[in-house]
Structure formats: structure tokens, C-alpha cells
Design a protein around this ligand. Structure first.
Ligand code: B12
Length: 218
């Protein structure tokens, strides 16, 4: 853990963040460890926002610094070559947070999954359309706002009403997503990190249920 990087991120010192990242890369620290430090730093930003030490402008700046950092790190996490499972991901409507979702996308892609990223503020219809079109094994819904839980629940209900629920595993993720939230929204699984997502999706893929899905979807 680089305390300097955590501090630079928490204090929104963009130049120091970038310089630290470059130095850590040079020292062969893994991109995922660097992301871990950035995450610690940005969660301090979140706390300061709650405590009214930071305001909306600081939140926006933190997002921009994290994005710039992930662009540098994204180039170090190379996409896989042989695509096997299909993975659809999007941030639920009403929510525009996408930094965590983007990390999950990059890591899934580097682990040989074909990733269809629907973006942010994604309406239910777009998730349903993507399930029909791409026939993924897993659809992941990202949500960082506690008041977005009902939207996630509604989205999963609609997937069920469309007769698609048995065709796809629904995974949820994002800061406030817990086991209780999973029960509430009726998802199959909650993953806390990108690596957990990879492991869960590999398990689903290795069960070889995809053929059955293809038969069920009309
Ligand atoms: C940056 C930020 C913003 C940026 C987002 C920029 C962007 N492009 O994403 C901006 C400024 C736009 C923003 C806006 C708002 N935000 Co904001 N934001 C944050 C902040 C500081 C960091 C979030 C982040 O990117 N973290 C870094 C990433 C890497 O971490 P992560 O998201 O947790 O992701 C990891 C895991 O959770 C997981 N993961 C994440 N997503 C997914 C998805 C899947 C499928 C899986 C498997 C895993 C997974 O994998 C990641 C890697 O390990 C958080 C504070 C915090 N502690 O999270 C508040 C926070 C999320 N925001 C908050 C709020 C309140 C808002 C606003 C409502 C503020 C306002 N008054 O307008 C708006 C909402 C706008 C909207 N409609 O969505 C609150 C939410 C409180 C709540 N419980 O609902 C937080 C927690 C701040 C706080 N402590 O009060 N925000």
C-alpha cells in the first residue's frame, strides 16, 4: 500500500497522483494494487463529503482524477484474446457513477470475457434488449446510491416478467450493495470486487449452462 498515493488521492492532488502511479508502475506494483490505493483515497473523499468538509466540486474532481488514473492503468491491463463468456454490465438508471463499473469491465475483459458495457443511467429496457441480443451468461447491475435499490429491484422484476430470468444470472455490485440488498432486489449474487466478479462468472461459465440459455431465449 502506498500511503503517499492514498493521501494524494484524498487531497485531490492530481499531479502527485499521476507521478505516484508512474513511479509505482516503474517499480512493478500491480495495477490492481494501485487501484486499491486509489480506492482507499477516494473513500476518504466520500467521507469528507459526508462530513461536509468536501462538497460537490471536490466529488467531481475526485471522479476526474480517478478516471485519468484508470486510463493509465487500463493500458497496463491488457484485454484477453480468446473470448468465451459474454458479460453485460451497466449502471442502473438514476445513477451516473461509473468508475467501479469501468474497473470491473477492464478486469473482466482481461480475463477473456466478452464485455458489453451499456454505460450509466441504463433503463430497464436496455438491459432486456441486451440480454436478448447478446445472450450473456451474466448481467451485472452497478448501483452506488442506496436510493437506487428500488430501480435495481424493478429492473430484475421486469427481466423476470419478460421470461428471461432463468436465462441469465443477475449479479449486483457497487459500494452499498450487501447480501441484504441482494435479497431485497432478488439478484443471484453480490460481488464486492472485480476479482470476485471474475471468479463468479468463471464458475457460471464452467458449468456450461450457456447451451440451455440459448434454447430458452426467443
Ligand atoms: C466520485 C463520486 C461521484 C462522482 C462520480 C463520477 C463517476 N464518473 O463515477 C460524481 C461527482 C458524478 C458523483 C455524484 C453523486 N454522488 Co457520488 N461519489 C463519488 C465517490 C467519492 C467515489 C465513488 C467511486 O468511484 N469510487 C471508486 C470506485 C473504484 O470504487 P467503487 O465504486 O466502490 O467500486 C469498487 C467496488 O464497489 C466494486 N464495484 C463498483 N461497481 C460495481 C459494479 C459491479 C457490477 C460489481 C460486481 C462491482 C462493482 O468494484 C470496484 C472496484 O473494486 C463516492 C464515495 C465512495 N466512498 O464510494 C460518492 C458517493 C457514492 N456519492 C454519493 C452521492 C450522494 C452522490 C450524489 C447524489 C451527490 C449529489 N448531491 O448530487 C450524486 C449522484 C449523481 C447520480 N445521479 O448518480 C454518496 C452515495 C450515498 C448513498 N448511500 O447513496 C457517496 C457514497 C458519497 C457519500 N459518502 O455520501 N459522485
Amino acid at each position: 500500500m502506498s500511503k503517499e498515493l492514498i493521501k494524494a488521492m484524498a487531497e485531490l492532488d492530481e499531479d502527485k497522483v499521476i507521478a505516484q502511479i508512474k513511479a509505482l508502475i516503474k517499480n512493478h506494483v500491480s495495477p490492481m494494487d494501485i487501484i486499491g490505493c486509489l480506492q482507499k483515497g477516494i473513500s476518504i473523499v466520500g467521507k469528507r463529503f459526508e462530513e461536509k468538509i468536501y462538497f460537490m466540486s471536490e466529488l467531481i474532481i475526485s471522479g476526474e482524477i480517478f478516471k485519468e488514473a484508470s486510463d493509465i492503468l487500463g493500458q497496463k491491463i491488457l484485454p484477453g484474446t480468446s473470448k468465451h463468456g459474454v458479460f453485460v454490465i451497466g449502471t442502473i438508471y438514476g445513477d451516473i457513477h461509473d468508475i467501479g463499473k469501468n474497473i470491473v469491465s477492464i478486469v473482466m475483459s482481461s480475463n477473456d470475457f466478452e464485455v458489453i458495457d451499456l454505460g450509466v443511467d441504463v433503463p430497464t429496457e436496455k438491459f432486456i434488449e441486451a440480454i436478448r441480443k447478446y445472450r450473456p451468461e451474466v448481467v451485472a447491475i452497478s448501483c452506488l446510491l442506496t436510493n437506487g435499490f428500488d430501480n435495481v429491484k424493478e429492473c430484475i422484476q421486469k427481466i423476470e416478467q419478460e421470461g428471461l430470468r432463468e436465462c441469465v444470472k443477475v449479479l449486483i455490485g457497487g459500494g452499498p450493495m450487501t447480501e441484504e440488498a441482494r435479497e431485497y432486489v432478488k439478484a443471484d449474487v453480490v460481488c464486492k470486487t472485480a476479482q470476485e466478479t471474475v471468479e463468479y462468472c468463471k464458475k457460471v461459465y464452467n458449468k456450461g449452462e450457456r447451451k440451455n440459455y440459448l434454447r430458452v431465449i426467443k
